[in-house]
Design a protein around this ligand. Structure first.
Ligand code: NOJ
Length: 613
């Protein structure tokens, strides 16, 4: 392939210098055959995907009935956010019974039917596990409330005496991720007087478990087995970096960032000291003790398909994926060392700057960190906790980080929908070319934007209340899916009910409006996924390519024995010419009138895959 000469006229505002310091190879091809090393995994948020019973809240039978959508899209697996019995104070991340399905979502038999149908269709199923905290409705917490200070019932949670006169102040100064204090006081069950305090890093209804207690370990290992025996293929582990707290629960005066490690100990050792930067690790996040928990869990999973057995089949591996908002990347990679979890979400990537240098840096650093421990890198742009990337990428960089449950509201500046969608499509076309495993969030295949004008009185995220309406929270990315542009509730159910109202813009973006439409976001995703699968890009080797201006991200991906792709993403301010002999496989930009991608130029905020056979 002939690379075009950089055109000094094409971008007067920038220096058209070729990028000097490119790593030639940053990631080696994977030939292990383990499905999870390259899988594309689609997150289903059960209350918002498909509603079979018409009550306005999605459910498991609704999901089962729509699984064909995932096959047609071309993904390998689905991850289900929690569907367990719960009072739903945090949309099910407050679990009252880890072995039961909430009646809102169906029954255990419905869960079994979903898994069975998914497997028939060749889809693997990952479920959510919430081990940092239970619901306050969980029988353990109810027993703890009824039991005296110092009792074994209280020892499953983090109950402490208060400080100050008569213990009227919390035991320490920790803040809840959702706003307000991380401690609440309960009455002494014998006298009714104010008694001990318990820790809740999230909502008051989500008491933190005490992971120094062996009963807690035994219970969660039993829960793992319960679901593994029912056939699930893995677990996404909620707040995986939060289970173990620093002994003594020392004060942490720093402002609480959502799920931030709050530290910068990149000196590579395990001593918890302050590294180069004079800061220490937050005492509630990323403590070294969490890793022993995951080693024990890995041993449990391994009993289902022993890795050293002669008949080990990598296609049958069950997996763990860490939700660990930990930085820097080498620190996050500690969760995926060979005897721990299989995957960890790559939140550094989700938060990367929308510049060629920023993207290249995070891609290279991700491979460096994961290659060092022999784990696959994962990629993610959206989930149920962050502003959808079709909106986030239109925000100015200060508001774009994605970290934290801030959300957007009607009083915020209205994001540029066209810009956001253009960038979102380009970002996805970068992501789906990258070797490793990628996570998609429901509705991103439609280019759904965030709902930014939800009426305040309908908001349900506990963040909204706990911050005294200072942060909108995450409802805007959780709005039910549009399946049919002309149907009630856009086909979410037959009744027309929807637990959060869908914005009018969702009608034109509904699945049935995009299917078979050349250039639609849905068809773009299908094409990207098909080529990714045909060329086995997920298992390929990545090589950055020199010769373009510094505003172009250029890399080639090739799997052994397969034709490769050259990916060019123009993150600059002017279109660039494509190589003269370029053969365009797919492009993120809107197609030309005849439906074909433009084969001669790459527009701003566009990504193109060229054949590199
Ligand atoms: C992370 C989950 O993704 C989020 O939705 C939830 O609110 C918190 N953990 C608490 O469980």
């Amino acid at each position: 392939m002939t690379l075009p000469e950089p055109d000094p006229q094409s971008d007067p505002q920038s220096e058209p210098q070729p990028e000097p310091a490119l790593q030639p190879v940053t990631h080696a091809a994977d030939s292990s055959g383990a499905w999870w090393r390259s899988a594309v995994i689609y997150q289903v948020y059960p209350r918002s995907w498909a509603d079979a019973d018409g009550d306005g809240i999605g459910d498991l039978p609704g999901i089962t009935a729509r699984l064909d959508h995932l096959v047609e899209l071309g993904v390998d697996a689905l991850w289900l956010s929690p569907f367990y019995a719960s009072p739903m104070h945090d949309a099910g991340y407050d679990v009252a019974d880890y072995r039961a399905v909430d009646a809102l979502f169906g029954t255990l038999a419905d869960a079994d039917a979903l898994v069975a149908r998914a497997h028939q269709l060749g889809l693997r199923v990952i479920i959510d596990l919430v081990p940092n905290h239970t619901s306050s409705d969980h029988p353990w917490f109810q027993e703890a409330l009824a039991a005296p200070a110092g009792s074994p019932q209280r020892a499953r949670y983090l109950f402490r005496e208060g400080s100050g006169p008569e213990g009227s102040e919390p035991p320490n100064d920790w803040r809840s991720v959702f706003g307000g204090r991380a401690w609440s006081r309960v009455p002494d069950p014998r006298t009714g007087d104010p008694g001990q305090w318990y820790l809740h890093l999230f909502d008051v209804t989500q008491p933190d478990l005490d992971w120094t207690n062996p009963q807690v370990h035994a219970e969660f290992e039993a829960v793992l087995r319960f679901w593994l025996d029912r056939g699930v293929d893995g677990f996404r582990v909620d707040v995986a970096h939060g289970l173990v707290k620093e002994p003594g629960l020392p004060d942490w005066s720093a402002e609480q960032e959502l799920l931030s490690s709050g530290e910068d100990d990149d000196d590579g050792d395990d001593d918890g000291d302050d590294g180069d930067h004079g800061r220490r690790r937050a005492p509630m996040w990323d403590q070294d003790g969490v890793h022993d928990i995951y080693r024990a869990w890995r041993r449990v999973l391994n009993t289902y398909n022993p890795p050293d057995a002669p008949d080990h089949d990598p296609a049958l591996d069950r997996i763990l994926c860490a939700e660990a908002w930990v930085d820097p990347l080498p620190r996050a990679a500690r969760y995926v060392r060979p005897d721990e979890m299989h995957q960890a979400f790559n939140f550094e990537y989700l938060q990367a700057p929308w510049t060629a240098a920023g993207q290249r840096a995070v891609i290279a650093a991700s491979y460096a960190a994961c290659d060092a421990v022999g784990a696959p890198t994962t990629w993610v742009l959206s989930n149920h906790d962050v502003i959808r990337h079709a909106t986030r990428l239109a925000l100015d960089s200060a508001r774009r980080t994605g970290r934290g449950p801030q959300g957007l509201g009607a009083t915020d500046p209205v994001p540029d929908a066209a810009l956001g969608l253009r960038r979102a499509r380009a970002a996805t076309a970068i992501m789906l070319a990258l070797p490793g495993s990628a996570y998609l969030y429901q509705g991103e295949e439609l280019g759904l934007p965030e709902h930014t004008s939800l009426p305040d009185e309908l908001r349900q995220d506990p963040t909204w209340v706990r911050t005294d309406h200072g942060a909108y929270g995450r409802d805007g990315c959780r709005v039910p899916m549009p399946w049919a542009g002309d149907a009630p509730a856009y086909g979410f159910n037959a009744a027309g009910a929807s637990w959060l109202p869908q914005p009018a813009a969702y009608g034109a973006l509904a699945v049935d409006r995009q299917q078979g439409v050349p250039g639609s976001t849905y068809e773009l995703y299908r094409t990207l996924l098909r080529i990714r699968r045909d060329r086995r890009l997920g298992t390929g080797e990545l090589r950055f390519v020199a010769g373009y201006t510094k505003e172009v991200l250029a890399f080639e991906v090739r799997a052994p024995g397969r034709p490769g792709v050259l990916v060019l993403a123009n993150l600059g301010t002017a279109p660039i010419p494509l190589p003269a002999d370029a053969r365009v496989l797919v492009g993120s930009a809107a197609p030309t009138a005849d439906g074909a991608p433009d084969g001669s130029t790459l527009p701003v905020d566009g990504t193109v895959w060229l054949a590199a056979d």
